[in-house]
Every structure is written in structure tokens, then in C-alpha cells.
Design a protein around this ligand. Sequence first.
Ligand code: ZN
Length: 902
Amino acid sequence: MTSFKRLPSTVTPIHYSITLRPNLTSLTFSGSEDIEVRINSDTNEIVLNSLEIDITSASFTPQNGKKLTPLRIQSSDETETSCFTFSEPLTSGTGVLSIQFTGILNDKLIGFYRSKYQSREGREERYAAVTQFAATDARRAFPGWDEPAIKATFAVTLEVPIDRMTLSNTDVVSEEVLEDDPRVKRVKYSTTPLMSTYLLAFIVGEFDFVESATTDGVRVRVYAPVGKASQGEFALSVTAKAINYYNDYFGISYPLPKMDLIALSDFAYWAMENWGLVTYRETALLMDPKNSSSMSKQSTALTVAHEVSHQWFGNLVTMEWWTHLWLNEGFAKFMEYLCVDQLFPEYQIWMQYVSQTFLPALQLDALHNSHPIEVPIGHPSEVNEIFDEISYNKGSAVIRMLHRFIGDELFRKGMHSYLSLHSYKSAKTEDLWTALQESSNKPVRDVMSTWTLQKGYPVISVTSRRDKDSVILSLTQEKFCADGKLPANESTTRWLIPISVIRASDPNQIAVEVLMDSKTLDIEVPNVSTNEWLKLNASCVGVYRVNYSPELLSLLLPSIVDKTLPPLDRLGLQSDVFALVQSGRTSTPEVLKLMDAFANEDDYTVWNAIDGCLAKLNQLLSHNSEVLQLFHAFGRQLLSKTYSRLGWQPIKGETHLDTLLRGLVINRLISFGDQSVISEAKNLFDSHCAGSHVIPPDLRSAVYRAVAIDCNDKTFDTLLKLYRESDLHEEKRRLSLGLASVKDSNRIAKVLDFALSVPISDVRSNESVLVIISVGLTRNGRDIAWKFFKENKDELRRRYESGTLIGRLVKHITENFCTEDTLQDVQTFFTENAFPGTERTVKQSLESILDSLLQDVQTFFTENAFPGTERTVKQSLESIRVNIDWLSRDLQSIHAFLTKRS
Ligand SMILES: [Zn+2]
């Protein structure tokens, strides 16, 4: 393989006039383009990107010169380029490169691709032609300079059947029926601003829409499949408000005259921020007031706010290369919360941020196989793998920390100057730090580079001593590792950490704020009364774990029970202790004891984080039925108070967060086998099917899971029937994920086949991955899903290799492996039957069984490459190892603790 090179800069584009004519029956397209280019230095070659495109003819006409035909055109699948070689040098100046070409409307959900739908009148299956160009697939639709920093203007023309609708980034300037073919119309779009290729979009199909406008008159529309336009109302109102919000926040007006959003039935991502034409998968955009849950409404608000923020951060100012992708995504992830917090204060969205975004980032980033936020990217195929929780979640977490460090006002001022300075251009991470450093006068670059260029994050150990009325906190930082094993070469890694301390006498006020810039630091907290608790990292803003001395920790415990510790701090404390348990710094019974202190907890956000820990332990202990039973009993008891408070029926006037909490608690109690909850779910399901009582949308996921677990044939078929009858993606998804929890192995196999029954399928291709993942996350489904994955590897690879889905599938299908039944047998036998003097031998043989399991996963991925998932596989293997060590370390003490408590 030749090493990757960016396109040469000898020739660069200024303006593209592109005409595309998709054939929606043969699923091909033909196109022509005139690209006005600048020859920057004499050359007889023009090199640009193209892939799976047949170039039928080409010519170059220099300004004021005569037309030249290239001697040869060489296309390479490996470099994804075409090279036009001319017999004489093209001299500096401008000219027009004209290219005619043909291509395919593929079924891979990238480039210019097909998306299936039902026709307006009847049951005819038709195809829409739609685009997904990020990261590097514009080259599948037209030859061009497909790199983010090479911006140009674009005038798009689409030639399509007269009864189809078209959309592109800008407004239509003219539409005419072709004289020589009255079945075809030619639709011309106005010229775009200077922009990157990956943000272009074209759509041809049949859609309905709803319309609104922003306060300064930008037209906003949400397009939906025919008949579903009203489901776009919620997103429509969020979009208009979000544009108003960012206009004000950034101090720069949205530059296009219109903003369209469209729900596509086949879509590999969640949403894509094409400038002025944002594409979404249906579930992400459409809301049915009768059938959509509060959670999905909230998620739509966040997604819309995310994509709208990209219109500035990403589209107006674009990353110079994929190395800076994190900035685009981390920033948009941060902004979506800032915006939704303003639009929907009742969501308390920053609190939810911590459990949904912050904690998952910390979990992944504790692995040795994590990566720094900023990864040097060469070949674009490396891009997909870093569209991960590090780019989005940790990226946003360090920006949130920075936002707090310099304050909203100066942050906003810096953003404004960054966006103004680099408008219609590209920028690097350092350019943002420069702008924020100038606005704040704080060492932004030094602080941030420790967070973006190094992988991982610190754990801070804290001890205390009294000095008259003061308490001196002694802090020591070192890199936190999920397995507790700090490699020698990382033992000196340091971060510049903004530290905050809160105290019992005024829990909502930050008592001390300092920047920790060395391995150790002493902080004096004045006037501390006896037994006053002190806590680091107010509201979990700092990206670090805290390991408290037993004295400091014991002072904090009562403040959890009486809830004087603020919710995010309760949550943070619990999460830190859990992480310390996982890494072997403390034992699992310690965190179980801590969880007991949360029996009176009433905050959804806190429960959400605890629920994550309960789910993790449930996975871990699922290999040992006796301990699992005890653990389930423990969990049921822990949740009982909250369940009795909330019950099944929504309480009039309850908060948004209580609504979410009810679904969470019921769901978890079902996982813990709570028979009264399960039978209540079954009753609700029966009356739902009989038409006498509709299950509230917020509880449907839980109910479907409950009835699927031990279902008979009749119920199984009813779930499938509901699936087929439903018109709402969200409902279909709930039903298919419910089906994934069946226990019976024959039915598990049926569900997996159902997931893969595409192309003429019930499960749209992007949803089938979720179903396989969900099966893999169940105790009974784990091994079957793994076997299924191995057996269908070629089909799965074919379908998903060119997106991020395959990485997610690989991750979830493997990382929860912990032990095999054989291992369990051996372990149980030797736990129950001690043979003095053989402990070491037993341990060694356990190790080797575990190794063979690891080997199985490792060998499979060595022999069967899934390009772009290499890092994910390594992370999974590491997670398996962490689980193994954890279980062998703590299984006995967990067993003892739970037995004593039951
Ligand atoms: Zn994004």
C-alpha cells in the first residue's frame, strides 16, 4: 500500500457547476460538471478525488485559450483519485475543467445512494436518491477536490422525473421541463457560499413538509415521508428557536436564506449537518404526540440543536483536516446542551449531560487502548473509527471544563472572534485556543493541550489534615487506568487541572478554585468545623476521578442520605467509587454499601448514573446464577422506594424528570426479575392489544421487554404483528429492541434472523445492528449473538463496513464477554470444594480458560479484518480483561456481602 498523500495544491477549484441526472429505476446516474479552477503553478497534471465513477470524457479550457483534451485519465480505487494528464503544461492562471461521468445510486448509505419508500397512492416500492458525503464520499457523486479545507462555491442542477421533488443546500432559481424529454424537469439551485464538499447534499424523492420561520425571516422547513409532515412540528419549532439562539450567542447571523431538515428512511448516522439541508434518520426527527416518548422528544431537541450549531461551527468555519474532527463534534455536543438548556429549562439538561455524556467518556478513556482527543489522521479511512465517544463525549467534556474555567461571557466573546476571523475558511484546534486565550487572558493553550494531546485523564488522591481552624487537603494526580495498572511510561503524565472544592456550610457555592499544575498540591480550606464534609469537583465539571481518604469519604456519606450534597455531586461521588472498584483500588462491597445510601434518592440524573453501574454489575455477575439472584434481590430492594413513589401511572403535573425516572426504574426492575412489575406489564400489554387502554409511550420499551422475556408463541407473534403495523420508527425500534430480550434460544435465533432479513426487510438496515447488539447484551443471547456474528460476518461486513455501525456492533457484541460456562464450573467447584495448596493452580487454570476466550475473539478479528474497527477490537479485548480481573478479585466478597444482606 502506498502511503496516503493529500491532493496536490498545484490546481485548486474556485467554482463547480454540477448537473446530475439520477435514474430512479436503473439506480444509476449521469452527470457533467464545469469546474472553474486556478492553476497555482505550471503542471501537466490535474489530480482530484473520484471513486466508483466512470469518467466518459473530459477537457480543460484555459481562460482565453483553446480547449485541451487530456492524453489520458487514470483512476485509482486505492487512492480514490483520478489524474488527468495533458500533453502540454497548463500555465498559471484560471480555466475550466469539464468532466462527463456516470455513477451508481448504491445501497451502502454513502455517497449518492438509494433510499426505499412506499409511493403516495399505493403499495408501490420506489427509490429516492439521497446523499451522505461526510466524511469522504462526495467523490462517489462527482469528481472533485474532496478535502474539507479545499472550499469552493457550487451551483447544482438536478434533472429528475417531473413528479419528484428535489432539494439541495440553497434555494431553487429556476425549474423547467426539458423540451426534448417532457417527462424530465431541470431544477437549478442558487450558488452556495464558499464551502467544503462534505457538506453538500442533494435529494430527489417524494416528501411532505411543514414550514415556519426564524425571527429574522430565515425560512425553516421539516420534510417527512408522505403523510407524516405533522410529525415534524416539534423539530420545526426547535430549529427556528435554535437558529435564533445561535444568531444571538455567536453574534453572527445564519448566512443562508433557508434551513431544511429532512427525515430519511435509510440513513447510516443519526443526523448530518449539510449546510442548509440537514438529513436525519426518521427516529431522530419525527415526533408523534400520541406515540413518542418524553425521552425521544428530548433527544430530538438535542440532535436538532447539535446540527444547527454545526451551521456555524463546522460549516461556516471548517476543520482544516480530519485530525481536528473532535473540535467540530465535541464543540457541537457542548453547544447542543447549552442551547437546549435555554430552550427547555425543565429538562435540567446539564445534569443529564453528566450521566449521558460525561461518564461514558470517562469509562472508555480509562482503557489503555483509548486515544487522545486529537488524533493525527492520514488516510480518510481512519476517520470513521474516531467518530467515537472520545471525539464527541470527552471532546465536549473538556470544552465544558474550559467554559467553566474562563466563564460564559469571555467564552462567548472568544467564540465570536474565532468565527468571525475564520468565516468561509478552515481552522485548526490551536486557532480556537488562540481566540479564547485572547478573550480570557488565561493560559488556555497550555491547559487544553494537556487534555487534547494526551489520552486518558487523572485520578486525584486526596488526604486531609487539620491546621488550627483550617483543613489542608493534599492532592496527588496520576493517570487513571481501568485495570489499575499504570504503565511506567505514563507514570509521569500530568494534566493542568482546574480544581474546585465545595463544603457542607454552603454546598452550592464553590469554596476554593485553583489550577493544579504539578503532581501534588496542598489546598487550604479555612474555618472548617468538625465533621464538615469537603468535596472536590463541584458538579462533575472537571475531567478527573477523585480517590478520597476513608476519613473524607465517611464524612460525605450522611450528606448522600440526607441529600444535602447537591445531586451532581452525589452522582459524581458514586461514580468515582465505582470506577475505583473496577480498577481494583477498592472492593465491590464498598460501592454496594454506598449504593445503599441512595435508597431515598429522588433525582432522575443520579438514578441514571446508578442505573449504569447496576447494568454493568448485572452484566458482570450474569455468569454466576447464584450471585446474580442475590444481586437482583439487592437491586429490587434498592429501587423499591422510588418505584412505590412513582408507580405505573403518570401523576398529573409531574416533572419531565420524574416521567423519565419512572421508565428507568420500571425497566431496571424488569431486568431484575421483579415479578409484580412484570405481571403488571403483562396486564398493560393485554389491555393495550385489546384496545381498552393504551400504554403511555414512556413505558412502552419497558412493557415490550417485560412481555418478550418469557413470551410464548402467541405473544412473540403479537409483538411482530405490532411491529409490522406500526408506522412510527420509534415504535418499531422499541418493539424490535423488546424482541431482542427473549430468553428462549430458538426465539433468539428467530430474532437475529429477523434482524438480518433485509433487503426486503421488516427491520431497516440501520436498525438491524441495534437488534443484534441488544441480543448480545442479554445473558442468554450473548453467546448466540457472538456465534451469529461469526457466521454472518461477510454479510455484516458488506452492509456496514463503510460507516460507524460496524464499530459499534463489534464493541457491544464482544466487550461484555467475561467468562464462559466452563470457567464458571471450575470456579464454582473450587469455591465450594477447597483443596488446600492448589489455589495457585486453580487460578492459573482459570487464567488459561479466560485466555482461550480472549484468544477466540482475538483470532477471529485477526483472521477476519473489519477495516476501521481495529481500535475497537483492542478496546473490547481490554474490557474483557478488566472484567475478568474484577470478577476473579471480587466474586467471593460480593457473594459474601449479598448473602449477609439477604
Ligand atoms: Zn455533529
